[in-house]
Design a protein around this ligand. Structure first.
Ligand SMILES: Nc1ncnc2c1ncn2[C@@H]1O[C@H](COP(=O)(O)OP(=O)(O)OP(=O)(O)O)[C@@H](O)[C@H]1O
Length: 458
């Protein structure tokens, strides 16, 4: 990295000076800047191999908001910029968010010289790889063929019989109902059915019907005409019309109210939709796939879900087992995500140790594959190069044992977040991963809950 050119941006002159002194011994050019407002000018007039950026530019402020805004700005100017963030010790949560937002790495302040240099070296090397990629793209050598889903992204031997059925039923127009807890792969399977069908070049339209309010349900699914209600300023096609010729995927179907069930049943029987406010029926040609995490037969028995609607949507039923019932898939899935995220975040990490794998198999994974995926993503982001494979998935901020968090010793500022995370985890276990029930219990919207699950890597 001798010939690299670096830029350091921090409002603390002492930090700038100390970092420059260290780095100058290893690279030929290190620019320093106290004022982040100068970033656009500097980036437009120089080509930096890496930029080290502070997260907080105002004294006594630790939200990192400014850092995120400047990170965005840098990536707007140069989408391939390699940004390393300075974060306060203990602010690992923020570092994880920063990497998800496009930073390549982070350095904890106060830094250890060797680690700091390693991180900068990694960032600079990555920039070189990017140059190679650009060359390859220009030579037109990158293959872009889309492989069938089975060969690329659906992992696990327990999924094999399900994929066999998918291959058999995909070319037919049979309605499919996919049952399984949250995060077991229902959406993935629905897309695979579409990809294997003759409708693959037509739209795949996915609707979370559980999140639609009573008043939105009809206009969202079936459309509306101008003036049908106060906010209807134009004619608008609904999701069924959008999916015409292709596939419509209705997720969380078990949560529909009796009125919504009746409306949906009529549309499915008549195979036509009428926009709200209109009396013109429009024929629709869609393949219907539904999914739910509810015990749909129980709901029918309790008269909460119409039997005639169930018969209409469940020509083929697919059951996706929870992850805890297919421990053999945990290893291959974890390896798959490990590979994916080490590439995405440019981290070099090796495989899982048998001890860790055994521990993972003991855990109940209430959030199923989604939880495992987020767990590995976090671990890859947090893993340092000197970690051995055995410790890869055991950093302090990481939750693995049934519901118990391993507290980080420097995390006092994060106590509130820890409590929030624990509450969500407990509720996820209590309701076996049902997003709707957990959101209800915690008084959150489903979207707000999803955002928190994402944030905490659950
Ligand atoms: N067998 C699998 N192989 C690879 N990735 C998987 C597998 N199963 C699930 N995933 C991944 O796990 C995440 C959750 O899967 P998906 O969204 O399909 O679950 P879901 O059952 O539809 O969840 P929800 O009920 O919450 O909508 C996705 O990122 C998906 O790609």
């Amino acid at each position: 990295m001798q010939d690299a050119k670096l830029l350091l941006v921090d409002d603390d002159p002492d930090v700038l000076l100390a970092a420059r002194l260290l780095l100058k011994r290893h690279v030929s050019s290190v620019d320093i800047e106290k004022n982040p407002e100068k970033l656009p000018f500097l980036l437009n007039n120089n080509r930096y191999d890496a930029i080290v950026l502070d997260m907080n530019f105002q004294r006594d402020v630790s939200s990192g908001r400014e850092g995120f805004a400047w990170l965005d700005r840098i990536l707007d100017i140069d989408p391939k910029a390699r940004v390393v963030l300075f974060t306060a010790y203990g602010d690992v949560e923020m570092a994880v968010r920063a990497i998800k937002a496009g930073a390549v790495d982070f350095v904890l302040k106060p830094w250890q010289n060797d680690k700091f240099l390693d991180t900068i070296r990694g960032a600079v090397e990555g920039r070189k790889d990017d140059k190679e990629d650009i060359k390859k793209e220009k030579n037109g050598k990158e293959p872009s063929d889309k492989k069938p889903a089975k060969q690329t992204n659906i992992i696990g031997s327990a999924m094999r019989p399900i994929l066999d059925t998918v291959e058999q039923v995909a070319p037919t127009d049979a309605n499919v109902l996919i049952l399984g807890e949250n995060g077991t792969g229902k959406d993935l399977i629905a897309r695979a059915i579409h990809d294997y069908s003759d409708r693959r070049d037509k739209p795949f339209v996915s609707v979370d019907v559980g999140a639609l309010t009573e008043s939105l349900f009809e206009s969202e699914l079936f459309g509306h005409v101008k003036g049908a209600f106060t906010d209807a300023r134009d004619d608008r096609a609904g999701r069924f019309e959008e999916a015409n010729g292709g596939t419509i995927f209705l997720d969380e179907i078990g949560n529909l109210s009796p009125a919504q069930q009746a409306r949906l049943l009529t549309v499915l029987q008549q195979r036509q939709v009428t926009r709200v406010g209109s009396n013109k029926a429009r024929p629709i040609d869609v393949r219907l796939i539904c999914a739910t995490n509810a015990d749909i037969n129980e709901r029918v028995a309790e008269r909460q879900f119409r039997q005639d609607l169930l018969y209409r949507i469940n020509t083929i039923e697919l059951h996706l087992p929870p992850l805890r019932e297919r421990p053999g898939d945990i290893g291959p899935l974890a390896e798959f995500f490990l590979k994916k995220y080490s590439k995405q975040y440019n981290r070099s990490v090796s495989g899982l140790s048998p001890a860790l794998l055994a521990e993972m198999k003991q855990y109940r994974w209430p959030g199923n594959v989604r939880e495992l995926q987020h767990a590995v993503e976090r671990a890859v982001i947090l893993a340092r190069p000197e970690l051995t494979p055995g410790t890869l998935l055991e950093p302090n901020n990481f939750v693995f044992k049934n519901g118990a968090t391993t507290a980080s010793p420097v995390n006092e500022t994060l106590q509130l977040e820890d409590m929030e995370r624990q509450l969500i985890q407990q509720a996820m276990q209590k309701y076996r991963g049902s997003i709707t029930d957990v959101a209800k219990e915690l008084g959150l919207s489903r979207q707000a809950l999803y955002r928190r699950l994402e944030k905490f890597g659950l």
